[in-house]
Ligand binder design. Sequence first.
Ligand code: AMP
Length: 674
Amino acid sequence: MPDVQPIGIDLGTTCSAVAYIDEHGKTAMVRNAEGEVLTPSVVLFDEEEIIVGREAKKAAGVEVGKVAECAKRDMGRESYAKLINGKEMPPEVIQAYILKKLMLETEAALGTQVKAVITVPAFFDEVRRKATTDAGEMAGLEVLDIVNEPTAAALAFGEAAGYLEDDGTPREMMRVLVYDLGGGTFDVTLLELRPGDVRTLATDGDTHLGGRDWDQQLADHAADAFAAQYGSDPREDPGSLVRLMRAVEEAKHTLSIRNRTKIHVEHAGQALDLSLTREEFYDITAHLLERTAYTAGEVLRVAGKTWQDVSKVLLVGGSTRMPMVPEMLEKLTGIEPDSSIYPDEAVARGAAVFARYVMDQGAGDKQPSFTVVDVNSHSLGILGIDQETKRKENVIIIARNTPLPARAARNFVTKTDNQKSIVVQVLEGESTAPEHCSVIGKAVLRNLPPGLKQGWPIRVTYQYGTNGRLSVRAVVPGTEREIVMELEREQGLSSDRLKQWKQTLTAEVGRKRSASTIPAEQQSVMTPTQRKAPPAAQRVAKAAKTPTATPAAAAASPIAAQRAAPQATTTAPQATTTAPQATTTAPQATTTAPQAATVMQPAATEVVSSPASSETVLRPKNKKGLKVWYYLAGYIISATVGLSIGYVLMCMINPEADFLNIWVPGVEAPSEEE
Ligand code: AMP
């Protein structure tokens, strides 16, 4: 094993997985401390400890309000959708706790330090990508790069199904549709693989569509039936609701392999066993499946392709195990979806391939065998004012599905005579109405030369890198002025809060090695040969292909070095009808002040391993010491009060026993004359 091992992390909405490159150059899955490949992306914030994974998931039904699930859905938002222990928590912090467990247990399992590539849905915007990198940083993990999940999936399938040459080059031109339906997100991407080139043609998705929505439909169906029978609704009680959600998810899984199942609903001392067929399940959820088909059709349309142009369909994400998914895709494309690799593992494996590649590039020992070109999943625009209507509008500068890196420029004009400054407000979204877009940042160009006439041209250029980073440049023609502006982030954690959280999570540096005292037998890794075949009925039976690609490092494609070099340059047509907003005010600070309402204080955490459960838990460091002092103080106070009461009672019964000569109620004090 090398000193530092490149790994791929699929940081999933419901489950996460880690892969690495084994000594034969093939991808292999890492098992967590519980001996499992998939770690539920669930965090339990108990009073005394923070638990990640299976045990946290188990606690969800019992410890309501302490368990954070599906934080990925909230990435990019200020705070997680639910209050945890009554407090707000940023979603990237929840992700950081998950990454920390994965990192510690992978390092323990492999016996080396790790550097990671983390995957994100292709449609994740700039803010969510940055939040993902921040989560890695808070966890103390070195993040080599962020890669799109469909790109990673294509690499993994390439390795497993042998459509990459030994050096990683695709053998032939192939158009691959990656359909990724996970627990909470859906995305679909069309990639074109050619010798020397892996290119994303178009991508689209939905951050709020996934297996959970199928569960929700079933839960509503079962709860309605329960309410009809008993007159009370299990959705109204948090505990009953969590148990109902577990029951319907189990039923959904059963329906992937059987035609009929029962959903057990319990609430307010009553129970119902509701029977459900696969056909009924299809009917209840047909509209969700149609939504995914519509999005896939849109991706093909945008790429200028048809269903018949697709040469391979790859299924990724746990929810593609529902037979309705491959059935629908087979009907549309006429080809049987590829199932040569576990959908749960594909993304992590591809990310490991990519991580190895990035590290090789960094070491300078390998030439890239081919390049990867991704696209911009959301349009990037600028807030402008239409000169005729005087309405604010989103003027798109880099359109969605533009190959990256991309550069585009548009001309604007000043709004007033002698304008002092302009604000470039960067919008992300497809609508021309700014209120339907998200503001991802702001840059202010101040100190414009004096005496500029109204309508003076300003040329604004956006440069969007493969890493999802945007730089904004504004030029005032005729004044030899060119200003590159720092984008002020409107969303995400401020650097102060980031540091604070990082301290909280990494206060245990130095104890890290001993932290994951995972039992030796659990410190295992799983190679492809150890994998069991998926249950025949669970997926369309298919002969597993032996991976023919050579060392996955070679299979590794893409490419930090090449990605960094601008390839595609898009110059948008110049538009002069829109004027940027004028401003004379100083830029406002947009970062959020550090909040005191964090769940744990910095430098008060340590990582310990609970031998009984082999769970890695994070435990407040000083709490035990504090408790001892509380106990001692309580003991002294109650002893003093007890003794005093006893003494007073004794004196009341026998005043002569008052050897301390104090005043006791009901007993006359001796007079001074006496
Ligand atoms: P992922 O986010 O890719 O880990 O996918 C998790 C989702 O896949 C959850 O909604 C699971 O309920 C769902 N899932 C996992 N296995 C199955 C199965 N056998 N049948 C149906 N859905 C499944």
